[in-house]
Design a protein around this ligand. Structure first.
Ligand code: SAH
Length: 500
């Protein structure tokens, strides 16, 4: 076989990124935009020893699960991988993806998993679910300013006026910014030369409050014609926060360190756990609703409706009665922590981004929550350091040098003991999973239950193996689809100490 050869291929499986997989003459081929059970005419685009990459030249026999994608750009854009597969089958794919990772990477036997895994939680409407969009900015061939998405595996911008995963409001915001750039001669950033100014446009939308945040990521200390821009953007209903984020580095990382608010508040507010009324996207407050302030740099789940389901499962798995002390590692702006704190005695959150920790503390105040405390730092450092330093007697004081009465110090000692041996630990790490130092300290702390919320089944499986070898067993697990049309899936797993 040579590059560019055409051959017939039957798609028999789908990979972890949502790509089709088929075998031809002993070689495994990975094919974007092909779905399971398609028979295609494939064109080889890259060949390795035992495997290769191919393109769909023509669909010879479409899979019975193939549907017409809604977005005209789906084949060019790198954002979605599974639009051509029926949503039902996407969910089946995600359930299998979790199970396969737990079996192959975690070494958990299939029967054990079948006994504990619950069916994946799908979306009612798998489009227009994202509350956040990050559009790169560039020029097209004719020198017009374009906003859009990167083509799959490249940095070429495909103009996309209206991504169907995002909210409709994005379209007008982008048009205003492009118009302002053209009028005032503000150039897009050029990755190759490092020249130009506007790199990305970050938009966030509060689904329950309808508040909008716009943040321009710029390769400059300040923005020229800023008032002209904010004047126009302010007119868009719901506009609440307009800021710039300074990123002058030659990097793929979107956000730089410094954000400056140009107009309005430096954050938007959103709620989790509101009661939905009959009308679409209309909500009312409940007793357990939590309000969150979200800054441009802070992590906030992109799919608020499914996030609520995800957190409700995490809360159910945590099995709280009001007496427990709980660590929430990788806590972001305290989303899960504040949810948990309503049912726990005390929650301790740990998060690496200082701005997010400030948001978390502010969010606790905003909701009148006094039993949640937040620590800034890496989970793999904060937890082991706390554990190492909290072992002795505390009667001599806590190192702060503050005078306190005997009763105070007794209370503090009891608190420390609770923190050292919590009832529950919740973790929600980024894709790379938990650091070994973090996992080992968790094992030393011997919580009765650990709830692992994960955005990557592979690292979830790896980490669960470490925890289960350390004396825990999987009790329950469930996938939640937060990212319809893409190959990603969230998973929540409850593990419990074997001797409890
Ligand atoms: N639980 C939160 C955030 C989950 S995303 C929520 O549901 O909204 C993962 C979070 O982990 C991010 O906020 C990220 O900034 C943080 N993070 C990444 N590496 C970390 C580390 N080593 N220690 C602590 N937090 C980390």
């Amino acid at each position: 076989m040579n590059k560019n050869d055409l051959f017939e291929l039957t798609i028999t499986d789908m990979g972890t990124g949502g790509e089709g997989i088929g075998k031809y003459e002993g070689m495994t081929f990975f094919v974007r935009d092909a779905v399971i059970s398609d028979v295609i005419l494939a064109r080889a685009i890259k060949l390795k020893k035992n495997y290769g990459y191919a393109r769909v030249e023509k669909i010879l026999i479409p899979s019975p699960d193939r549907i017409e994608p809604e977005c005209p750009q789906h084949r060019r854009c790198g954002g979605c991988q599974m639009q051509a597969l029926s949503y039902e089958k996407q969910l089946e794919y995600k359930e299998n993806k979790i199970k396969n990772a737990l079996m192959r990477i975690g070494g958990f036997p299939e029967e054990e998993l079948d006994a504990v895994m619950e069916p994946v939680v799908g979306m009612e409407h798998p489009y227009r679910y994202r509350n956040k969009a990050q559009y790169p900015v560039g020029y097209d061939r004719d020198g017009n300013v374009v906003t859009g998405f990167y083509a799959a595996r490249t940095h070429c911008i495909i103009p996309v006026e209206d991504c169907l995963l995002g909210v409709e409001e994005n379209k007008e915001i982008l048009a205003v910014i492009r118009g302002w750039m053209e009028e005032y001669g503000i150039p897009p950033y050029d990755e190759r030369t490092g020249d130009g100014m506007v790199r990305h446009i970050l938009i966030r939308y509060g689904f329950t409050t309808k508040e909008i945040m716009v943040c321009l990521v710029v390769n400059a200390d300040r923005l020229p014609a800023a008032q002209e821009l904010t004047g126009r953007l302010q007119k868009i209903p719901g506009m609440t926060s307009i800021s710039i984020n300074v990123n002058m580095e030659n990097t793929n990382v979107i956000l730089g360190k410094r954000t400056e608010c140009l107009w309005g508040q430096p954050y938007i507010t959103d709620y989790i756990h509101l009661r939905k009324t009959g009308a679409p996207q209309e909500f009312e407050l409940t007793d357990t609703a939590v309000a969150y302030h979200i800054s441009p740099q802070s992590f906030y789940q992109v799919n608020p409706l499914q996030t609520e389901k995800l957190y409700s499962i995490a809360l159910e798995y945590a099995g709280l009665t009001g007496k427990e002390s709980v660590w929430d590692l990788y806590c972001g702006i305290g989303t899960i922590s504040l949810f948990l704190s309503q049912r726990a005695k005390q929650v301790y959150g740990v998060e690496i981004v200082p701005q997010a920790v400030e948001d978390a503390r502010e969010n606790a105040r905003l909701n009148g929550i006094t039993n949640a405390e937040f620590f800034a730092g890496k989970a793999e450092e904060v937890l082991p350091e706390f554990y190492a330093n909290s072992g002795g007697a505390f009667a001599e004081g806590d190192g702060t040098g503050m005078e306190c009465s005997e009763t105070d110090s007794e209370t503090r000692e009891a608190d420390r003991a609770d923190m050292r041996h919590p009832d529950v630990i919740v973790v929600d790490p980024p894709r790379k999973g938990c650091d070994m130092a973090c996992l080992l300290t968790m094992l030393k702390m011997q919580p009765e239950r650990i709830v692992y919320v994960s955005c990557d089944p592979a690292t979830l499986a790896r980490d669960l193996r470490v925890l289960c070898d350390g004396g825990y067993e999987v009790k329950k697990g469930r996938g939640v689809d937060l990212f319809g049309m893409t190959g990603h899936v969230e998973t929540v797993v409850l593990i419990q100490r074997k001797d409890t």
